[in-house]
Design a protein around this ligand. Structure first.
Ligand code: 6GU
Length: 273
C-alpha cells in the first residue's frame, strides 16, 4: 500500500518511522511518503493561509498549494504507469466518524493520500475539485477539536496499517478486536493478566489458572459484557435477545438491564407506555 501525507509539519509524522508502521515500511509492505506543502508555494514567505471570506476568526488554507501538490502526485503516478487512483482522506473535525469499518475499507485500497490541515481548514473548493475525480473521504477521529489533522493521520495510518496482510505477526490478533465487525462481536475487550499470579496481594482471577477452556471463555464474555454495559451502553442498547445466549441474558439481567419485546435496554431506560 502506498500512503502520501501532505502537511506543513512533516516532522510531526516522524512516528511513522517507528514500531509497527516503521517495520511494515522496512519490509516493503508500506510505501510512506511525507511531503511539505510549502514546496508548492511560490512567494518568499511560503504562504499557505489567508483570511476567510465573509470574515470570522482564524485563517483558511489557500487552495493553490494543495491543488499543485495533489496534481503533482497524481501526474507523477500516471507517468510511472500506476493505474490506480488514490483515495483522498481529508481529516477534519466536521468529517464522518473514523470507525473500524472505515479502517477496514481503507486497508483494501492500494493508495491513500492524507491532507491534514491547520488553521480553520482548507478552502472548500479543494475537496469539491478532487471529489469530482477521486474517492474523497472527509473524516473525524472523535468529538473533540484538535489544532490540526496530523495527529489524526497518525491515528488512521496505525489503524489501517495493522490490518494489512502480514503486518501484525498473526492474523488471529484481529479476530477479537473490540469493534471488529462480526456477529454481535461489538463488545469491548475485558481485562487481561500475565505472570506473576499474585502481585501486591492482588491475585489473577482463579478461573484463568484453571485450564477449563469453556469456563475461561464464559468468564471473558461476562467481563466483556460488563465492561461494554458500563463504558459503552450504546453498543448494547436494543440488542436482540436472539443474539445472546442464556448466560449472556443472565449476565445482562444481573447488571440491571431489562428485557422487553425481545430486546435489552440499559438500567433506568424507561420503557414508554
Ligand atoms: Cl480529523 N482534525 C481536527 N483538527 N480535529 C479533530 C479531528 C480532525 N478529529 C477530531 N477532532
Amino acid at each position: 500500500m502506498r500512503l502520501d501525507v501532505i502537511t506543513i509539519f512533516p516532522e510531526y509524522l516522524a512516528p511513522l518511522d517507528l514500531s509497527l508502521v516503521g517495520k511494515a515500511r522496512e519490509r516493503g509492505q508500506l510505501d510512506v511518503r511525507v511531503h511539505d506543502l510549502r514546496q508548492w508555494t511560490h512567494d518568499r514567505h511560503h504562504t499557505v493561509d489567508d483570511t476567510p471570506y465573509g470574515g470570522g476568526p482564524g485563517m483558511v488554507m489557500k487552495p493553490e498549494p494543495w491543488g499543485e501538490a495533489l496534481d503533482q502526485l497524481l501526474d507523477g503516478a500516471r507517468a510511472e504507469g500506476r493505474a490506480e487512483e488514490p483515495t483522498l482522506v481529508v481529516p477534519t473535525p466536521s468529517g464522518a466518524p473514523f470507525t473500524q469499518e472505515l479502517a477496514v475499507e481503507l486497508s483494501g485500497r492500494p493508495w491513500l493520500v492524507f491532507t491534514p490541515a491547520r488553521y480553520e481548514g482548507i478552502d472548500r473548493r479543494v475537496v469539491e475539485e478532487y471529489a469530482s475525480r477521486l474517492n474523497v473521504r472527509e473524516v473525524s477521529i472523535g468529538d473533540y477539536v484538535l489544532a490540526g489533522g496530523e495527529a489524526p493521520v497518525l491515528v488512521m495510518v496505525e489503524a489501517v496499517a495493522r490490518l494489512l496482510p502480514g503486518v501484525l505477526g498473526n492474523a488471529e490478533s484481529h479476530r477479537d478486536d473490540s469493534f471488529a465487525p462480526g456477529a454481535m462481536e461489538r463488545l469491548l475487550e475485558g481485562p487481561v493478566y500475565t505472570k506473576p499470579p499474585s502481585w501486591r496481594e492482588r491475585d489473577v482471577p482463579e478461573v484463568l489458572l484453571s485450564g477449563h477452556h469453556g469456563r475461561v471463555a464464559r468468564w471473558r464474555r461476562d467481563q466483556a459484557l460488563a465492561r461494554t454495559a458500563s463504558h459503552r451502553p450504546d453498543l448494547l442498547a436494543g440488542i436482540g435477545s436472539a443474539e445472546l445466549d442464556r448466560a449472556d441474558r443472565e449476565k445482562l439481567c444481573e447488571l440491571g438491564w431489562v428485557e422487553s419485546d425481545g430486546r435489552f435496554w440499559p438500567p433506568g431506560d424507561r420503557v414508554e407506555e
